[in-house]
Ligand binder design. Structure first.
Ligand code: R5P
Length: 290
């Protein structure tokens, strides 16, 4: 079956890379707005009888970018695509996976249902906390890909030595596997979250005095988790502090705030395209297509 890779508005660069490495046809989706603000999408290539791969990160503009993906998936089917796959490097809304307060929506479940309009759905390191598998919330075939081998290679190459640090117990899965892979010592802090912009972390137990520390996390959103972790590391005498994450959301000027706290390097993957996206995840999707 002929493949065509379609770049949606948040992920054109990544989609182009996937197409090039896969030697597949590439086209971008034309996206604009009607005068009243409603979304308009149009394919510019022939999709008939092809495997259509839609590539779209759900950040920035999570709501709009999700609707763009859903419109594209339905349109592709109507235009005669044989199969429609969605490659969504950053899957938004996964942190709303329970009722934190009465009256709320468990958004992750609704997202799963809405995005099940494709034949196959793949994403990278979704923030699955209480949900153990995407199959619990999706009604189509899914695949979760992991960026930690890519983070491991990057850290080993760029930092040579140092201490890895996970800012909270949830980060154990990433920092633990990376540390094992590259042989760095690691520690994990305990975090208490009071609100989306207010967290507290415990001091490190591992002696970081005079050491170069690399904080590893899946997502940096408001940046407060990393800011508090960096402050705790500074108090413990760390020589330098850098951070490497999978998804650089960097909401509400998080980058500016992170720079102020004196981080040496801030690096993320290109699940969300940034100046800091020095780790390329396109190979994960290419392998999947093979
Ligand atoms: C939490 O469990 C995640 O691993 C991240 O630590 C968290 O989502 C980061 O959020 P923020 O940057 O807003 O503190």
């Amino acid at each position: 079956m002929k493949k065509i890779i379609i770049g949606l508005s948040n992920s054109c660069l990544l989609a182009k890379k996937i197409a090039k490495k896969n030697r597949a046809e590439y086209s971008c989706l034309f996206v604009s707005n009607f005068p009243d603000g409603e979304l308009y999408v149009r394919f510019l290539a022939d999709l008939k009888n092809k495997l259509v791969v839609l590539v779209q990160s759900l950040h920035p503009n999570p709501d709009r970018s999700m609707l763009e993906l859903i419109f594209a998936a339905h349109a592709a089917k109507n235009l005669g695509a044989k199969k429609v796959f969605a490659f969504v490097p950053y899957l938004a809304y996964m942190r709303q996976d329970k009722l934190f307060n009465s009256g709320e929506c468990i958004s992750s479940r609704v997202m799963g249902r809405l995005l099940s309009c494709v034949d196959f759905f793949a994403t990278i390191d979704p923030h699955l906390h209480r949900i153990k598998s995407l199959n619990e919330i999706f009604r189509t075939k899914t695949k979760v890909l992991h960026a930690s081998p890519l983070l491991s290679d990057f850290i080993k190459k760029k930092f040579k030595s140092g201490v890895l640090l996970g800012p909270d117990s949830e980060s154990y899965q990433w920092v633990g596997s990376i540390a094992k892979r590259i042989g760095f010592p690691f520690d994990v802090l305990l975090k208490t979250r009071f609100s989306s912009r207010h967290v507290k972390v415990t001091p490190p137990k591992y002696p970081v005095n005079g050491r170069n520390v690399v904080i590893v996390d899946d997502i940096i959103s408001s940046g407060h988790t990393i800011i508090e972790a960096a402050k705790a590391l500074k108090r413990a005498g760390a020589k330098s502090i850098s951070v490497v994450c999978v998804h650089g959301v960097f909401a509400e000027n998080a980058l500016g705030k992170l720079k102020k706290v004196g981080l040496k390097r801030i690096i993320c993957t290109n699940t969300i395209q940034r100046r800091q996206s020095l780790i390329d995840v396109s190979g994960l999707f290419v392998d999947l297509l093979k």
